[in-house]
Design a protein around this ligand. Structure first.
Ligand code: ADP
Ligand code: G6P
Length: 477
């Protein structure tokens, strides 16, 4: 066991560590990569920085000892069974997540969930306070830890505190439903700099401060009442490790695996792909409906066209996720019952996690990538897909309700609520001449390669260093 240094100049706090510890019944411990875009992005950033990562290791009970993984120092925070039920599944994912994603499903409000949220945020703040060197930089992540900035400032006024919102920040009309709206805003205002995926998210936050806290605001600045502090809220959209992922996608084994995937699917003329956590925000039902209608109308038919849907298990004890899984699996069963032939299923449904190499091979194998969320802070899958298409093949169908769409305008845009429009986008993605598709792919790839995750982290840290002023140009990569 490597001994833990006492303090770090850079400490990040996120609900999850980049890896989950999974203890089997026989006591053996397996380390698995955690799900989601936050981990994908921050893991590649932290490999280039010397720092510590404070987070939950994914099991209930006491925190395991600090450990190193992939060159990153990991400091676990323990969550009891009640913390998991109330703070993680409850307040984070059944109160905040629906409110921050347009209330696609109703949000639940429970006072004991809020108590747990405060308690766990305090635990994170204390863990960070103990690890941060004098004057350190602390980078807090996402909706699970919105109280940490103010709690940490009380414990450690010497450190520089940033927070980044990986998901949307809701319009004030929705945010105002939260009984604890003022406390959440005050928690965030403990930071020196707040980063968001889109300008609209940053504006929603500033407007919420103005309307709900009567805070004085000017453009992207919020004055903190009763202090001389001003907090800046600005958009710095997250991205992927373009170079690293492209390198992986160019490996001969990955390319061979991609050909093998197509082969084992019967070399369809058109392979469509969806890759999402099994989450109601991702628009998987809308995508399946559009696909089913195209089959009914005879515009698509297997084995010429087939769909692979990877639906990563997620938050399986939260009611709305269980309901969604039932609906998706019933729909896939119905479509396959009606339209599959022996050896040629209409939908290949995979409810598993895969290694990165396999994901890169899948992206390369897919002619059309379907990214159809009803609301998504960014959607890294869209950026990963174009990164893997160094051959300039493939086409991206992209929902206007993702952060990614604000950067990837050239994609085949869709409004997933408009099933006819979604069908048209899918058909256009298939029928557009290869030369035009290549031109589009080139433009998409240029955007992602120029704005990769390393640049995102450099811009974020420069903005945090210079907050509340705007960073000078030379501070930004
Ligand atoms: P979210 O963070 O909401 O899950 P993103 O699209 O931003 O959505 O990020 C998802 C991340 O998880 C991506 O890096 C994607 O490659 C990865 N991922 C999704 N599904 C799987 C899977 N089944 N196996 C391995 N990685 C997956
Ligand atoms: C999204 C959130 C992350 C979260 C991830 C996976 O990316 O922004 O904060 O970690 O989903 O969700 P989970 O609940 O499994 O951590």
């Amino acid at each position: 066991m490597p001994s833990e240094r006492s303090t770090y100049d850079l400490v990040i706090a996120a609900n999850r560590l980049p890896v989950d510890r999974v203890t089997a019944d026989d006591g053996t411990v397996e380390i698995r990569r955690s799900p989601g875009g936050l981990v994908t992005a921050m893991e590649s950033v932290m490999r280039d920085h010397d720092g510590a990562w404070v987070g939950w290791a994914g099991e209930t009970g006491d925190a395991p000892e600090p450990f190193d993984d992939g060159g990153i120092h990991l400091h676990p925070v323990g969550l009891s069974a009640e913390d998991v039920a109330f703070y993680y599944e409850g307040f984070s994912n059944d109160t905040l997540w629906p409110i921050y994603h347009d209330v696609i499903v109703p949000a639940s409000f429970h006072r004991d969930w809020w108590q747990a949220y405060q308690r766990v945020n305090q635990r994170f703040a204390e863990a960070v306070a103990a690890l941060a060197a004098p004057g350190a930089t602390v980078w807090v992540h996402d909706y699970q830890l919105q109280l940490v900035p103010a709690m940490l400032r009380r414990l450690r006024p010497d450190v520089r505190i940033g927070w980044f919102d990986h998901i949307p920040f809701p319009p004030v009309e929705l945010f105002a439903q939260l009984p604890w709206r003022s406390q959440l805003l005050e928690g965030l205002l403990g930071a020196d700099f707040l980063g968001f995926q889109r300008q609209a998210d940053a504006r929603n936050f500033v407007r919420a401060c103005r309307q709900l806290l009567q805070a004085r605001t000017k453009r992207d600045l919020v004055h903190v009442e009763g202090s001389s502090r001003t907090v800046r809220a600005a958009a710095i959209p997250i991205s992927v490790d373009f170079k690293g992922l492209e390198r992986l996608a160019k490996q001969p084994e990955v390319m061979a695996r991609s050909a093998q995937i197509r082969e084992s699917l019967g070399n369809p003329k058109v392979l469509m792909l969806g890759v999402d956590r099994l989450d109601y925000t991702k628009g998987i039902r809308h995508r399946l409906k559009a696909y089913e209608e195209l089959l009914v109308e005879g515009r698509f038919s297997p084995p010429d066209v087939t769909l692979v849907q990877v639906a990563t298990p997620s938050r399986e004890r939260v009611g709305a996720y269980r309901t969604l899984r039932g609906e998706i699996e019933q729909t896939v069963g119905r479509i396959n019952g009606e339209y599959s032939r022996i050896g040629a299923p209409a939908v290949h449904y995979l409810h598993h996690s895969y290694p990165r190499e396999e994901m890169a091979a899948l992206f390369q194998a897919a002619d059309v990538m379907l990214v159809t969320p009803l609301r998504d802070g960014m959607n890294l899958v869209a950026k990963e897909y174009v990164t893997c298409r160094h051959d300039l093949g493939g086409a991206l169908v992209l929902s206007e309700f993702t952060g990614a769409w604000h950067e990837l305008h050239q994609a085949f845009a869709c409004n997933p609520h408009d099933i006819e429009g979604l069908k048209q986008a899918m058909v256009r993605a298939v029928n557009t001449p290869a030369k035009d598709r290549q031109r589009i792919m080139q433009a998409l790839r240029r955007r992602v390669s120029d704005h990769d995750v390393q640049r995102w982290a450099a811009r974020y840290l420069a903005a945090l260093r210079s907050a509340p002023d705007r960073p000078r140009l030379e501070q930004v990569a």
